[in-house]
Each structure stands twice: as C-alpha cells, then as structure tokens.
Ligand binder design. Sequence first.
Ligand code: SF4
Ligand code: SF4
Length: 169
Amino acid sequence: MLKEKMLKKTGCPSIQELIQTPGFPRKKDYMKGPIAFIECIEEIPCNPCESACPKGAITVGSPITNLPVLHADKCAGCGLCIAVCPGLAIYVKDYTYSDDEAVISFPYEYYPLPEEGQEVIMVNRMGEQVCRGTVIKVNNSKRNNKTPIISAVFDKRHFDEVVSIKRIT
Ligand code: SF4
Ligand code: SF4
C-alpha cells in the first residue's frame, strides 16, 4: 500500500514517493506554468476535486476510493480545486512567476490570516522552515466555504520543498 510505504519513513511522503502518485505533476509539466499538485495518498471515498475542476483535469472515477489522477495537459492552474478538498491536499504552484521566484497558492485554515504584503516563513511538509516569502493574495471569498487560499511568492530554488507558511500568531 502506497500510504503505508510512505508513512514508514518520516510520517510524510518524499518527493520521490509523491512523483509515483497519479496526482503529482512532473517537472516538464510545472515548467510550463501554474499547475495543481495533489498530495492525496489516502485511498478514501472522496472525489469533490473531480467535479470542481472546470477543465476535467482531475479524475477519480470508480471506485471512488481511487487516488485522484491529474491530467497535467488540461490543468490551467486556476486553483478552483484547492478549497473543495477536505483533506487540504491540493495546492497550485507556479514555477514561471519570475526568473528567481515561484508562487504557491494553498489552503490555510488558521486565524489570524496573513495580510497581503506580509513577510512570512515558508515551510516544508514537516512544517520546518525553508525560506522567507511574501504573501501576495488572501482569497477568503464565500466560494471557498471558509477555506481561505493564501498565495505567497518565494525563492524558486526551494520549489520542491515549500508547501505552506508557518502559522501566523
Ligand atoms: S487548478 Fe484548476 S484546472 Fe487545475 S486541476 Fe485544479 S481546478 Fe482543474
Ligand atoms: S478532494 Fe482532496 S482528499 Fe478528496 S480525493 Fe480529491 S484530493 Fe483527495
């Protein structure tokens, strides 16, 4: 079982392990522009990501316990799948934001929310500090149903590691 294999090590999956999952884009895909990264490794009955995508870029299919498949060629990086995921397992990253910087948009269900322009600490899957970043957007619209989406810019040398920000206190 994929999940069991991953959890044996550190409690969270490595990049090498995530690349083996069907929801994780390859480098050739994220080098083209913003794209969804689906870190969904639980074979649970769940599929709102599939119906939320207007591009048909995510497939769960039948049985509903299938891991979600990302069709990278169809993903426009719009982020509409982020807030619908109950597992907070989806984020969108843009490697092409600038020569030196990348952007990540991710779900953030803590208060207080960061503010646009605020300096933040970018963290990895273990919650460990990776680098500094700056919040460029806070999307707390009704459509997100109380799952705000934060977008932050950071040094693209840390593209693989960064998945969120350190909680604001
Ligand atoms: S980012 Fe947009 S286009 Fe890409 S999978 Fe999510 S909803 Fe679909
Ligand atoms: S909505 Fe989230 S938890 Fe559910 S299948 Fe999709 S990625 Fe996995």
